[in-house]
Ligand binder design. Structure first.
Ligand SMILES: Nc1ncnc2c1ncn2[C@@H]1O[C@H](COP(=O)(O)OP(=O)(O)OP(=O)(O)O)[C@@H](O)[C@H]1O
Ligand SMILES: [Mg+2]
Length: 258
């Protein structure tokens, strides 16, 4: 059984069909990419997986359970985490606070808890802090934890987002264009990090990415969509020479072989 099993989902906004009868699966412990030209519907797919959008029909199974109609925080609690195409950090919080904020989905603290269970809460807070620091250490910016997130260089701000997603202790992590805006060295470190996320933490990785060099290097399986529809899937070698893929990219002035 695949960890993620997307079955014939459709999504429209008004008359615009954004996802068109799309099916794909991600095996546990795999590193898989979802690629396609600008506007192909990739981020919309992530929004459906994480409960931000609700597909018009079809189903999404995560670890064998249907999540197509679940609320976003329930999906996070169930073990799926994501990072966003555009940075979404809290600018007036420190790096550590940003990462800790991602763990709220895992805490039991509510109003009642705050009144009656202070000792339990203090322990929980300490645990959240410890896990968050471990995640910052994992992505290599623990020494920056007390700085304001907005004062970090862009590449490090992306790392804060990755740490925040990891802190929810997911089974599946979705990266939406993690390499965008990174320089060559940062991209090389991203490749290593994705491998470590899978190999050391046992987390399955699904990524959207326009950097074809990175996609071809890292992906064990690639799905290609255009106009919300799957046009190909296969290994990097298959995808590089697939005429439908080349046409989809060349038609939009992008080059898959770049
Ligand atoms: N909430 C929305 N309302 C209306 N249209 C939307 C909405 N979200 C996405 N779309 C449209 O759906 C299409 C696919 O957008 P999406 O962001 O999923 O593409 P993408 O493949 O992620 O593109 P990019 O590579 O540029 O990030 C676009 O035409 C977009 O305008
Ligand atoms: Mg997108």
């Amino acid at each position: 059984m695949a960890l993620l099993d997307v079955r014939k989902i459709n999504l429209s906004f008004g008359g615009l069909k954004v996802i068109d009868s799309l099916s794909f699966a991600v095996e546990e412990n795999a590193i898989v990419s979802l690629i396609g030209p600008n506007g192909a519907g990739k981020t919309s797919v992530f929004n459906c997986l994480t409960g931000f959008y609700r597909p018009n029909d079809g189903d999404i199974l995560f670890a064998g359970h249907s999540i197509a109609r679940r609320k976003p925080h329930k999906i996070t609690q169930g073990g799926m985490a994501r990072t966003f195409q555009n940075l979404r950090l809290f600018k007036n919080m420190t790096v550590l606070e940003n990462v800790m904020s991602g763990m709220h989905c895992r805490t039991s603290a509510g109003v009642v808890g705050a009144l009656f269970r202070p000792r339990f809460q203090r322990r929980e807070e300490a645990l959240i802090r410890k896990v968050s620091e471990d995640c910052l250490d994992f992505v290599g910016i623990l020494d920056q934890k007390d700085r304001y997130a907005s004062n970090l260089p862009y590449g490090d701000q992306r790392r804060v987002e990755w740490a925040r997603a990891l802190a929810t202790r997911p089974r599946l992590i979705l990266f939406d264009e993690p390499a965008a805006g990174l320089n060559y060295d940062e991209k090389e470190r991203l490749i290593q990090l994705i491998h470590r996320i899978r190999d050391e933490l046992g987390i399955t990785v699904l990524l959207i990415e326009h950097d074809m060099g990175l996609v071809m290097k890292i992906s064990e399986w690639i799905y290609v969509i255009d106009y919300g529809h799957k046009i190909a899937d296969g290994t990097a070698e298959d995808i590089k020479k697939n005429p439908r893929v080349i046409e989809a990219y060349l038609g939009k002035d992008e080059n898959v072989a770049a």
